[in-house]
Unconditional design. Structure first.
Length: 437
């Protein structure tokens, strides 16, 4: 997703919505029909610095669509704190928009409600074909083996941002390519009240994003082939311990980061208190906090050995926003035309440049803007070494359960309590039991 945030759904709400068939949303009145389309309602996720900023960005584009098709789009930009609950309410009530944005990690959960239009070959053909989109982005749009529940709209991945001056002062000439190098460099950087690596220890989604990637590197998926929780495998335990050990054992993350959940690690980086941070598209935030582009560099997220992007070493989750259509919209043809417009090559270039994201549409990536150093790293990672979070209906429960376990382990580390393999496994066992209740 564009901003780090907890994507945990209310479990009861999801299970209720999953049991509703035939509900979907769509225009309730005056919205037109396939025979005479007049309007569409669109819930856009808050991508920019504010809801008002998004309205200013999107309104001219929606006017273009209206001029081309005669279909007026009624826009509502929904804050992230409200979006998932609004969507779940719409799936149960049948009163919702025609088209909406969803966080891509929610795709399988919302797919399980049965409320979203499946993007089978016929529907993909209506917007130019599935092969227009990069594979990793489509893989984040629903359960494997089923037609995706949404279409990729904005894509992102993680990168390692580093402070050039702090690196030079520590005698470090290049950013680390492996985790061993990161720890070695981190110990040189963590001194005089400054620290090597920033983290958001109380942000459940961030915890999941980081430990999922480390889990992939340790051969763990956190779910078995049948979609059953598998949080206590050796790989999963090793991944979580490695992440928390950056604070507990290696001492390269400040203990105070255990309480961070509101992007404070970006502020620390911008103010020169932290030398590195793992993040998605951070340039705009750094600029807003006084950093100049020449102050920082960007590199792929480290891997266990070798070079990032080589072979099949995952070093990021697939982040981003998908675009979905409520199945029972009264204007299905207009909705598909709108999705086609928003994912057209030209609109992808305009919108992704504005929001600092990577176009999931292959042809749009040829624009020189996406070859700038930061976006090139994000783009190449997305294409070669990013993997989608588990596409299972209870993915949001996974974020809550395991994200909370990691949060508690960071709290232990900050308090000076030992973080052992046994304590990590015990916390993950508790998380797995929570999933099974």
């Amino acid at each position: 997703m564009r901003h780090l945030r907890a994507a945990a759904a209310v479990t009861l709400a999801i299970s209720v919505a999953a049991g509703v068939t035939g509900c979907g949303g769509g225009t309730s009145s005056g919205g037109g029909s396939n025979e005479s389309p007049k309007t569409l309602t669109y819930w856009a996720s808050n991508q920019g610095p504010s809801v008002e900023a998004d309205k200013k960005i999107l309104t001219p584009e929606l006017k273009k669509f209206e001029k081309e098709t005669g279909i007026k789009v009624k826009l509502e930009v929904v804050p992230w704190a409200d979006l998932l609950n609004r969507i779940l309410a719409a799936t149960t009530s049948g009163q919702g928009p025609d088209v909406l944005n969803i966080g891509n990690t929610w795709s399988a959960s919302l797919q399980a409600t049965g409320a979203l239009l499946p993007w089978d070959d016929k529907n993909f053909e209506a917007i130019g074909g599935r092969d227009r989109f990069i594979d990793s982005a489509v893989a984040s749009a629903g359960k494997e083996g089923e037609p995706p529940a949404a279409v990729p709209l904005y894509s992102l991945s993680y990168a390692l941002y580093y402070n050039k001056k702090m690196f030079a002062d520590a005698g470090i000439s290049t950013p680390p390519a492996t985790w061993d190098q990161l720890v070695e460099d981190g110990k040189k950087l963590s001194k005089d009240g400054k620290w090597a690596l920033g983290a958001e220890g109380s942000n459940l989604s961030n915890n999941i994003h980081q430990t999922f990637v480390l889990g992939q590197q340790h051969g763990a998926d956190f779910f078995d082939k049948d979609g059953k929780a598998d949080f206590t495998s050796d790989g999963a335990v090793s991944a979580v311990k490695q992440y928390v050990d950056f604070m507990a054992k290696d001492k390269i993350i400040a203990p105070g980061n255990a309480e961070y959940a509101q992007n404070q690690s970006l502020t620390d980086f911008a103010k020169g208190r932290t030398a590195m941070v793992l993040w998605q598209a951070a340039a705009t935030t750094f600029a807003s906090q006084g950093m100049k582009p020449e102050d920082w560099g960007v590199a792929p997220v480290p891997v266990p050995a070798g070079a990032p992007g080589a072979g099949k070493q995952t070093n990021s989750m697939v982040a981003g926003i998908n675009m979905a259509v409520f199945k029972n919209t009264k204007n299905i043809d207009g909705a598909k035309k709108f999705v086609k417009f928003m994912t057209s090559d030209e609109e992808q270039k305009i919108l992704c440049k504005t929001y600092g994201s990577i176009p999931p549409v292959k042809a749009a990536q040829s624009d020189p803007a996406f070859s700038a150093p930061e976006l090139k790293v994000l783009r190449d990672t997305l294409a070669t070494s990013a993997a989608p979070l588990p596409q299972v209906p209870n993915e949001s429960q996974f974020e809550t359960a395991v994200g909370t376990a990691v949060k508690e382990l960071f709290a232990d580390a900050a308090a000076g309590k030992p973080v052992t393999t046994e304590t990590v496994k015990a916390r993950l066992e508790k998380a797995q039991q929570t999933m099974q209740q």
